[in-house]
Design a protein around this ligand. Structure first.
Ligand code: ANZ
Ligand code: ZN
Length: 846
């Protein structure tokens, strides 16, 4: 009898699917379409078990939808630009392109044995010139449409690496690689006008029914709409043509508690003062040395410089406030200036304590009005409080009410107006990096910034670059940036900045609909395949990637590359949990932890030395802790189907699942058992269907279908375990069991497609199980034919009987009296009473 041998059979079925072109996506207007997409990977070089879980989930859905008659698009590609390739070139020599394409080849080889139903003919990498050339076209279209612009912006500058750093690359004020203190610099950069869409991107979240609530909340918070007041404080004396400071506040209800005004170091008034005072200059320089991230500003100590200027409180012009330059005021939020209310804002209170400014309360708690020292009183805005210094409105009101009243009051008196502000900033896309998509513009001395002509696209990255010096190799290239001005023909210089790699991943889903087109998309293909019906990926992309994609889809619609129906590109989103593993450690002579790979540990001891290991409970897999398992090893040992089955079982897909060797072995044993049953039943002669098995089969169809449909893969798998046991135990003819097992193969096929094909073919299934239509549960067989009735004797439950649903009273009574427990209780005599509650219970009184 043939043995379960995935090493031999899995490649064979993969070859069969390939040969038949089973997973090639083709437009077919006679069928409903289904587009399932997993977030494409960064080609780091190795597939990890988290990838396996992510792509297996997508694969289950893709295979299931094919079986239910959909035209399925399930593509794969590579998010291939970015810093790691450049860092590898700097650290180890070699070229980013070679490193990247080498990694892609390796990862493709690691991925293929997993048997995903991917249309590999659509594969691309974002560093393919065919892809980023189209991205340049999109950029130019967006430029024409006014969706991209240039402006001076403050950036984090690493003076050693001579490059701009993203906020995440600034660690405690220092460059993540150079360790040099990061400076704030002003550079002219390209920006996408995403903030024009703030309102729309926010409102549209309400319609994203297929998205997890937590992701929607994160998107809302990131966009951060807030209602506030913009008003002027006049200055007691004019300074360089400025006679007032415009401030923005979301708490105008607290204005009578204002004790200072603060402006950003980048505010025009601060800049004017900087020109005349060395002291101001030194102070602003100090502020700029800190990063620009909100986080850096949150944690950095509050610094202020008293300008000596005085601002008049707008309603009582005798009341004057000092004007500070403060490091925690950002120039690109609101107006770059605030009024400080130490009583009701912790940051302002810290500042006031440091610079000995007064603290004036405007409201207090209704029940316990005593303030707490050095803690600003900031109750929720919908809580009722007592205003002691309200600007307008009654004494007792909520902050929300007081805020609206204050805005109305200021508008009435012509001193300010209500405004809606967003936290969302325009998206700066310029990177002073080589390994990215070149920004297709040219700088001409006479014409300024000129877009490259479309017929000159793509602007290709030069291959001959060196990484032996800091900075952007494109700047140092002897010829690359030299070109003719597209407008006047004079000698001009190419833009050497490249695009943020988030741009690459903001439209790849659209490109997959026609990956070889000579335009970014093809209307017919995009119209047919968009939207992504099911998007699957990690929660770490819940904010930026999704927001940028939502913006890009709108921009692509505005520039004619996507239909209006695709401006929300992802109908449903699923964020999967991680695969975790225990950590094994011993200690060195100094007591420092030494980590060990799972494969080197057995039964709590090191295989090599027998030393006992400490076991740290399940944690995110990480190379530094060595608690990683390599999918390639698992496939070698157990086969791909075992890996696929295991990552889906045990835990709901949104939760973490813990990888254990024992669990993997159990999964493997189960698959081997299904295989063995198939081998045993393969030659069974045809038999009449068995009623009970038939019913069990249809219940399994119903439950597994429901499980897959609702992302309850673990529940579906639990049902498949049960169904396997039912078939095995069933008291039915082998021929009937064989029929049930064939359905089992179909139901398992999305999760364990190779084993399913094997079993299907052993049992005489026609063609590939991948092509077989999904079984449909017969409603008639799902109706329970029997009911279980508990039997109580003298009020205590003693037994139960299974009777036909339509059994009559006499029949139930007869069965009750025949029951062992009842006979024992009666001890030969007749019952005093026998009460049958049809369909519910039987009561016997003796
Ligand atoms: C006075 C006030 C009193 C404020 C109070 C808060 C509490 P959200 O709500 O996140 O939008 N602010 C305004 N512009 C700023 C800037 N450019 N840099 C730093 N802080 C700025 O934040 C709005 C609040 O943050 C505003 O309301 C302002 O301080 C401050 F008890 O005004 B508030
Ligand atoms: Zn020119």
């Amino acid at each position: 009898m043939s043995r379960y041998d995935p090493a031999a059979t899995e490649p064979r079925w993969q070859a069969a699917w390939d040969a038949a072109g089973t997973f090639r996506a083709t437009r077919d207007t006679s069928r409903p379409k289904y587009y399932v997409l997993e977030m494409f990977p960064y080609p780091s070089g190795r597939i990890h078990i988290g990838h396996v879980r992510n792509y297996t989930m997508g694969d289950v859905i893709a295979r299931y939808r094919r079986a239910t008659g959909h035209a399925v698009l399930h593509p794969m590609g590579w998010d291939a630009f970015g810093m790691p390739a450049e860092n590898a070139a700097i650290e180890r020599g070699g070229h980013p392109a070679d490193w990247t394409y080498g990694n892609i080849a390796d990862m493709r080889e690691q991925m293929k044995p997993l048997g995903f139903s991917i249309d590999w003919s659509r594969e691309f990498a974002t560093c393919d010139v065919e892809y980023y050339g189209q991205q340049q076209r999109l950029f130019l279209d967006m430029l024409d449409a006014g969706l991209v612009y240039r402006k001076a912006a403050t950036v984090n500058w690493d003076p050693v690496d001579m490059t701009v750093l993203a906020n995440e690359q600034v660690i405690e004020g220092k460059g993540w690689r150079s360790g040099a203190p990061v400076e704030r610099r002003e550079l002219t950069q390209w920006f996408f006008r995403i903030s024009d869409f703030s309102d729309e991107l926010l409102e549209a979240i309400d319609g994203l029914d297929g998205w997890p609530d937590k992701v929607k909340l994160m998107q809302r918070n990131w966009i951060g709409r807030s209602r506030g007041l913009q008003l002027n404080f006049s200055l007691t004396e004019e300074v360089h043509g400025h006679d007032r400071i415009e401030v923005f506040s979301t708490r105008p209800d607290t204005i009578r508690g204002a004790t200072f005004v603060a402006i950003s170091p980048d505010h025009p008034i601060a800049k004017a003062l900087e020109r005349e005072s060395e002291e101001v200059k030194a102070f602003c320089a100090e502020c700029r040395r800190l990063g620009t991230s909100e986080e850096a500003l949150e944690t950095a100590p509050k610094l202020g410089h008293d300008t000596g200027l005085r601002a008049r409180y707008p309603f009582d012009t005798n009341f004057e406030l000092p004007v500070y330059i403060a490091n925690f005021v950002l120039m690109d939020y609101g107006t770059g200036a605030i009024f400080g209310v130490p009583a009701h804002d912790q940051r302002d209170l810290d500042f006031a304590r440091k610079y000995e400014l007064p603290v004036i309360e405007t409201f207090e708690a209704v029940d316990d009005p005593a303030p707490v020292a050095d803690v600003a009183f900031v109750p929720p805005k919908d809580q009722t409080v007592r205003y002691t210094r309200a600007l307008s409105g009654p004494e007792i009101q909520t902050a929300n009410e007081a805020i609206e009243a204050a805005i109305a009051f200021c508008e009435e008196h012509g001193v300010g107006q209500g405004v809606t502000r967003f936290r969302l900033r325009d998206w700066g896309l310029s990177r002073q990096r080589y390994w990215g998509c070149p920004i297709p513009v040219v700088h001409c001395e006479t014409c300024g910034v000129v877009p490259e002509r479309r017929e000159n696209l793509p602007v290709e990255l030069p291959y001959d670059v060196s990484f032996d010096q800091p900075g952007n190799p494109l700047d140092r290239h002897p010829t690359w940036s030299r070109t003719a001005c597209p407008k006047c023909g004079a000698e001009a210089r190419r833009e050497t900045d490249t695009m943020d790699t988030f741009v690459d991943s903001s439209w790849y889903y659209a490109r997959f609909t026609s990956p070889r087109a000579e335009t970014p998309t093809e209307a017919e293909d995009a119209g047919y395949w968009m939207n992504v019906d099911q998007y699957i990926g990690g929660i770490e992309h819940a904010i930026l990637h999704l927001l940028y994609s939502r913006f890009f889809a709108r921009a692509m619609h505005a520039t004619g590359h996507l239909p209006a129906s695709a401006i929300e590109p992802f109908d449903a989103l699923f964020t999967q949990g991680m695969v975790t593993h225990e950590i094994y450690q011993t200690r060195d002579a100094q007591g420092r932890p030494v980590y060990h790979l799972p494969e080197d540990v057995e039964d709590g001891r090191l295989k090599a030395s027998g030393e006992t290991v400490e076991v740290i409970p399940s944690a995110k897999m990480s190379k530094s802790k060595k608690n990683v398992v390599d999918p390639a090893d698992i496939i070698r040992e157990h086969g791909a189907d075992t890996a696929r089955w295991f990552v889906l079982s045990d835990s709901p897909p949104e939760r973490d699942v813990e990888w254990t060797a024992a669990g993997a072995e159990a999964a493997h044993r189960h698959l081997a058992r299904v295989h063995r049953m198939a081998a045993e039943l393969a030659a069974a002669p045809d038999a009449a269907p068995d009623d009970a098995l038939e019913r069990a089969t249809h219940k399994a169809i119903r439950d597994v279908t429901l499980g897959i449909d609702s992302f309850g893969f673990n529940a579906a798998i639990a049902r498949l375990y049960e169904f396997t046991a039912t078939i095995s135990r069933a008291d039915a003819a082998p021929g009937a069991k064989r029929c049930a097992l064939k359905v089992l193969a179909q139901l398992m096929s999305p999760m364990t497609p190779h084993l399913a094909e094997e079993v299907w073919s052993m049992l005489g299934g026609r063609g590939l199980v991948a092509d077989a239509p999904w079984p449909v549960a017969d409603e008639a067989l799902l109706v329970e034919e029997t009911v279980t009735l508990p039997i109580q004797v003298n009020g205590k439950r003693r037994s139960e009987i299974v009777v036909a649903r339509d059994a009559d009273r006499a029949e139930v009574e007869a069965m009750t009296l025949a029951d062992d427990a009842v006979q024992k209780a009666l001890a030969g005599s007749a019952p005093k009473k026998l009460i049958v509650v049809p369909g519910r219970i039987v009561n016997v009184v003796v």
